[in-house]
Design a protein around this ligand. Sequence first.
Ligand SMILES: [Fe+2]
Length: 325
Amino acid sequence: MLFRQLFDHTSSTYTYLLASRKGGEALLIDPVLEHCGRYLKLLHELDLKLVKAADTHCHADHITGLGKLRDTTRCITVMGDMTEVDLVSMRLREGDTVDLENISLKVLYTPGHTDDSYCFAMQDRIFTGDTLLIRGTGRTDFQNGDPRAAYESLFKKLLKFPDETFVYPGHDYKGDTVSTIAEERLFNPRLQVSSADEYAEIMENLKLPNPKMMDVAVPANLTIGRDIKNDPEIIAATLDTKSAKAKYHSKNILFIDLREPKERTRDGSIPGALHIPYLELKNSLSKGGILNIMVTSEEKEILFFCAYGERSALALKEAQEFGLE
Ligand SMILES: [Fe+2]
């Protein structure tokens, strides 16, 4: 596996790059806006295609790179479904997976630091966001934080992982890069408690100042930088549910479901829709691809569906670039 731990000095944030091979699909976890140029350069140098960018939660100390990366690479932006961030292409729940070529991360819902905090687990490691830090834990005093929920997430979910599991946190302020579940269970001072009440007492008496960027970062992150749905071209091409349903029965329409197989299993499939997951769309749109042939030779119209509207918007742009009007 290709793995990089990248650092933002201003907010002490760690960003993780994962891919299974050179030339393959890549995922970025918790990217920071200011470093998107650096990530894109590294992706290019390693010959990787960014297919997904995920945030563990809505950050208060830096502006996320999700919007910028989506606009530059048309990658899928991923967050948990409890988030209020409005523009996320794919929303995941506890037990779902973040999938890319030969890599699958299990999603854990771990509220406490915020009510939209998630962790992503692989065979040998967990990306813990701000839920579990090295010899620390995420504060619980804003963004609907809750020390008792944090206690449950830490003790009933994260500490249940095998001792040797690597812990890759969302931040470190002392320069530590990685820990393990066993080390944190033994030496993390916040975890030396025997009840949720005891944990809450520690957390409620921390009296930390608010993060410097909080008033800027949270509102910016709630809209991931730029609203793709404000694009006049996208607005003109968007159908409401009623008109989409009416069009759905027309013989001239190709109803394309852009969701991934697991989303269709989870939420239900649409009878008669053509399933082309967003990441496979490019092949179908290019010359000789199934969509390209059907649209050009049979003069059909395309209707994209993706559940949240983001992937459809990106698909529209992609189709136009392939000369499909
Ligand atoms: Fe945070």
